[in-house]
Write a protein that binds this ligand. Structure first.
Ligand code: SF4
Length: 494
């Protein structure tokens, strides 16, 4: 049996870092951890091939080779997924689809032969058994959550690692918090499920053996969901694993209570975590109460961010505008907060209500869900809610906010604020020729040709004189700033 695993294309989005990756000659793309796990769940004697259409062409030869095509897609990959499904059907191939795109909208994909809904560990074995018995059904789903201590090591060998700058691993699934706009509780449960230390270290060993030396992203929705286990088992094991290895830093996602725990921060720093993505959402206390983000409410959010920066972990923040409590004043409030906190990379979103969330149910009851816009929409800066402040006010306020925070003066000021406080990390990615080449490209594209050239040279001089050890970080943030500015130019034109 020949199985072709395909990841559809992700459209250009802020966190795809398209313009930043162009400095090192790479295309945006994250290795498809879900498909690699699916591959590992399939019978070992089946032949498997992976095509990530973000970095590779899907060829007719690939399709003709396959007996079955497995597609996994996120909501934003809908358009590409539809095109790939159509090509598979033209080639007469059977299609099996899974992933967030299909969970609530599978009926819309009439060309797909079989759906694996929810987590594959539970339902894929049933599908395989039915395939072998010749009695398959169209939809396989379960309301249970699998024990991920039984999850196999992803099939890293299928990946062409040269295409990527970052690779994902997963320690846990689910999140104990209950933010009303978030569908993680619905999809993955509120009870945190974790892998064992042995499992995690085996995965990392497999990656290292496959030649991976760059950054490793723990894609958990909240890495610090079980702090006790992290402190007693996982982080000591990661510190130990890193000894004697030249491998890039760890990155992850976490909730803001990370800032409250010095021991946890120190252990993460020692393990090589240099960056954490945190859902800050809003500095407005009433809006935090509205969305049930109690972790962030009544806290000094600026001081929390600074504590994490001073511990040697860079905060990337996610923000939301469009809560019922938000008035037009919220845009300036967000700008001020992002600026003072020194968060260089801020991902600001319009409030959305994913299917299955408490927010969706409430707004549906109030007649405030726009059903024409699904979360499978490819228009990324859109929302399916009807905001209290009015859609025009929300959209124009959002665009102005984005233009402001990523225009050169505020952006470079934020980078300086951050670099002033950031503790030098003990880990840095091994220096490669492409990094040196990227530096010289920044000199040309930003230092000579860029509208931000004066800020660029001032930042380089400032870093050389005040924080020379952070020079590589300064260059990374310069490249990020270029990407964000380019992205916002496109946003302005939309
Ligand atoms: S903390 Fe993050 S992952 Fe957890 S419910 Fe809130 S938004 Fe979702």
């Amino acid at each position: 049996m020949n199985i072709l695993l395909i990841l559809p294309k992700t459209p250009d989005w802020l966190w795809g870092f398209k313009h930043a990756l162009s400095f090192i000659g790479k295309k945006p793309g994250y290795p498809p951890l879900g498909l690699l796990t699916v591959a590992a769940l399939l019978p070992a004697e089946w032949n498997k091939r992976l095509v990530d259409t973000n970095v590779q062409e899907l060829t007719q030869t690939d399709l003709e080779w396959s007996d079955y095509v497995f597609i996994s897609a996120m909501s934003m990959q809908g358009e590409s997924a539809r095109q790939i499904i159509a090509r598979c059907k033209q080639a007469g191939r059977k299609v099996v689809a899974g992933g967030p795109l299909f969970i609530h909208e599978w009926e819309k994909y009439s060309d797909v032969d079989h759906f694996i809904i929810n987590e594959a560990e539970l339902v894929l074995p049933e599908f395989i058994a039915d395939m072998e018995a010749g009695c398959t059904q169209r939809v396989y789903e379960s309301s249970k959550y699998p024990d991920i201590r039984q999850s196999p090591v992803p099939s890293w060998h299928l990946l062409q690692i040269k295409h990527y700058e970052l690779i994902g691993v997963q320690f846990s699934r689910g999140c104990p918090h209950d933010c009303d706009f978030c569908n993680i509780g619905d999809l993955l449960g509120r009870k945190l499920r974790t892998k064992t230390v042995t499992q995690l270290i085996t995965e990392l060993d497999g990656l290292y053996a496959a030649g991976w030396r760059k950054d490793i992203y723990f894609v958990d929705d909240n890495f610090i969901g079980n702090i006790k286990k992290l402190k007693s088992e996982i982080l000591p094991a990661l510190i130990n694993w890193r000894q004697g290895k030249k491998v890039g830093p760890f990155l992850t996602l976490a909730s803001m209570n990370l800032a409250d725990d010095d021991e946890l921060l120190h252990l993460m720093y020692e393990a090589g975590f240099t960056s954490v993505f945190i859902g800050i959402e809003t500095p407005d206390n009433d809006s935090l109460a509205e969305c049930n983000k109690y972790n962030n409410k009544d806290r000094d959010l600026v001081e929390s961010v600074r504590r994490i920066h001073r511990a040697g972990i860079r905060v990337q923040g996610s923000f939301i505008v469009g809560f019922d409590n938000d008035t037009p004043a919220v845009f300036q409030k967000q700008i001020d907060f992002i600026q003072i906190s020194g968060i260089a990379a801020a991902k600001v979103n319009l409030l959305n209500a994913p299917y299955g969330t408490k927010l969706y149910k409430r707004l549906l009851g109030e007649g405030r869900i726009n059903k024409d816009i699904t979360l499978a929409s490819e228009k990324l800066e859109s929302t399916n809610i009807i905001p209290k402040m009015g859609m025009d006010v929300l959209e124009s306020g959002y665009k102005n906010l984005m233009q402001h925070i990523y225009s050169p003066h505020p952006y470079y000021e934020r980078v300086k604020t951050f670099l002033s406080e950031y503790k030098r990390p003990i880990i840095s990615a091994p220096l490669e020729a492409q990094h040196i080449q990227a530096f010289f490209l920044t000199v040309y594209h930003i230092g000579i040709m860029g509208v931000e050239r004066a800020y660029y040279w001032r930042l380089l001089l400032w870093t050389f004189t005040r924080r020379p050890a952070l020079f590589p970080m300064a260059i990374t943030l310069v490249v990020y700033g270029y990407h964000f500015r380019k992205y916002c130019e496109r946003l302005r034109e939309d």
